[in-house]
Ligand binder design. Sequence first.
Ligand code: ADP
Length: 259
Amino acid sequence: RTSISPLRKINQTINSYAIAKNKEIETLQKNAVFRKEFIADISHELKTPIFAAQGYVHTLLDGAVEDEEVRYKFLKRAAKSLNNLDKLVQDLLTLNRMENGVVKFHFENFDIKDMILEVIEQLEHKADRRDVLVRFYFDKNDTFDTHADKDKIYRVCQNLISNAIKYNNDGGEVVIRLEKKKNKLHVSVRDNGKGIPEEDLKRIFERFYRVEKSRSREGGGTGLGLAIVKHILEGHKSRIKVESTIGKGSTFSFSLPVA
Ligand code: ADP
């Protein structure tokens, strides 16, 4: 009996080796599928603005260029599609660099309240066009210095506030709150738009995941904004949180350290 034991040991070793290799192969296959899907997604996303711009330019070349009004309208639309294409490529590069860990974070002290005011001013036009009211609440007697990457946090605020306007109803409201709790600054952006279905909530941070495809594209959305936001906050050892109720609206929030 004792003589089988070494053989059994070898068998066990071979078995566990096979299991480990199988797992490795499974991971590689999963990565390959993921890459294939990603390339398919990118191709599809790139085609949308390219085809649109092509359509307008060819229609102009086919004779529409003679009509001054049509000429102007089509050129404007072609320009918009090219802008979307540019934004998409920029976002893809940013996300890719973040996922590969090559993006460097430059931490400094700054006042996040001033930053939010700046973002609101920049998005005022967008809110006015939709008749959306943007309110910003903070304690006037408090200070709001944080230690973070300024450009990247600007991007986070811009993305969340811009989404709260874009996915709101006409005449809706956006409420931004900045609060100091212990040694953290807490930012929340609430809208009273449609809300996000429960099954989509987990997925909106994935690249190209959209709940409302047409509204996102019309608003110049790339479907990459929240994926970038998530990465930026991870780089700050922070997390983006979301709560949403259908028909009532959504709240996105995050925290940063007090400087
Ligand atoms: P997009 O460029 O499409 O806006 P994002 O990554 O910023 O991409 O958002 C992903 C998707 O999440 C959006 O397409 C939209 O469907 C949904 N979403 C984001 N913010 C909100 C919000 N405040 N209210 C409702 N839906 C939202």
